[in-house]
Design a protein around this ligand. Sequence first.
Ligand SMILES: Cc1cc2nc3c(=O)[nH]c(=O)nc-3n(C[C@H](O)[C@H](O)[C@H](O)COP(=O)(O)OP(=O)(O)OC[C@H]3O[C@@H](n4cnc5c(N)ncnc54)[C@H](O)[C@@H]3O)c2cc1C
Ligand code: SF4
Ligand code: SF4
Length: 408
Amino acid sequence: MPDVLDTSPTVSRVLKGELCSGCGLCAAVSDGAIEMQSTPPGYNRPVVRAPVSSAAEALIAQSCPGAVVASWPGEAHPYWGPLRRTATGAAGDEHTRFEGSSGGAISGLLVHALETGVVDRVLHIAPDPRDPTRNATVVSRSAAEIIARAGSRYTASSPLAEISAALAEGGRMAVVCKPCDASALRRLAARDERVGRHVPLIVSFFCGGIPSHAGVGRILAAMGVEPAAVTDFRFRGRGWPGDCVATTPAGEARMSYAQSWGGHLSREVQFRCKICPDAVGGVADIACADAWYGDDDGYPSFDEEEGRSLIIARTEAGAALLDAAVAAGAVSVDALDPGEIEKMQPSQARRKRLILARVAALPLTLQPRPRMSGLKVLAAARLAPPMEALRNLVGTVRRTLQGRRSRL
Ligand SMILES: Cc1cc2nc3c(=O)[nH]c(=O)nc-3n(C[C@H](O)[C@H](O)[C@H](O)COP(=O)(O)OP(=O)(O)OC[C@H]3O[C@@H](n4cnc5c(N)ncnc54)[C@H](O)[C@@H]3O)c2cc1C
Ligand code: SF4
Ligand code: SF4
């Protein structure tokens, strides 16, 4: 291979196949040749601005989650991945619990990791000060900063676009990121030993997918709010699940989580998420999710409750942090039988069962697909009702031919 390439063949193939998750890793490792940009309808996507070195291309080919997804280590549940500890719980501090997306468990764990010296900072996501409906990658160095940045933000985030600069700074950081970002970071670790040295903690969450920024546009339109007038925008949190709140000089406009996610955001989720073989943060040290209570029909109820997170420690480092945080009162937990997780997360289980059928449709339409071994895709597919799997295979073929794959 020449030392420098006109472009990144991996990025080109991934973009063509709509397999980019927007993680930002390719930009980070390219020495400025690749930049992340918001592209219509509002996904973060790489743009190649200058020749890409073959060393950078090798890192991208090895780590890009549109090309290859990190395997789950050791024994793993077909839906929920490696399970070292499973619990429900919340931040011990009531303010953090209230501010958090579900129970504030991620923020409670991060504060404990910071205050006990496990890490010296946290790389995570917060509202972009230039446009609070979008996301920025930020570094928190105090408990107050971590808590101020609690809450899920259901629009494009590219935390790994900053990872090279963060690794160059040294020290010990926690990285909070989507499962696809965690996959990219673990794969990068195999080629860049600084990841193991400077990132002792990867924290992730169950992920229903990243909606484009058009999802925010739909919410604001339904609220009757002018986008340019927004001074603060929270997707949820401040209660569980908590309302979506747009703040303007005229006051606050609110929308329930059921309406904002179910009626708007979920309709704008990118195609890569529809074939995501690890949307549960299986390679993170700890992954959290909503520990929804079921309604009378067994489906999650979004009635307001005191926040409750599902907490899964997956590695020794994750279990050690969870145990220490519980002992110190930073997080309170109740043990959970893994058999209960499906009642809290039926749509994650359903999607995992259908990944094989959807992915099998891609070569039939001459589309590329990410490599995904060691993720129990076949074991999960065996649990799918055959007719539903067939409908998904045919549906993926049809929508691919129609150019409407995001409608899966
Ligand atoms: C795009 C997205 C999809 C999700 N889908 C599901 C789902 O299908 N099922 C489910 O149970 N839970 C889902 N969640 C996670 C859930 O909303 C809660 O984040 C999770 O339960 C943790 O809550 P917490 O109170 O412990 O976290 P908090 O204490 O509120 O901390 C949240 C942390 O996540 C970081 N963060 C917020 N938004 C992003 C982002 N876009 N990218 C990277 N980091 C971010 C923040 O910086 C913060 O550190 C999703 C979250 C996101 C962002
Ligand atoms: S998934 Fe990440 S590494 Fe791959 S092309 Fe997209 S932004 Fe780049
Ligand atoms: S569903 Fe998968 S690909 Fe999509 S944002 Fe979440 S982890 Fe990434």
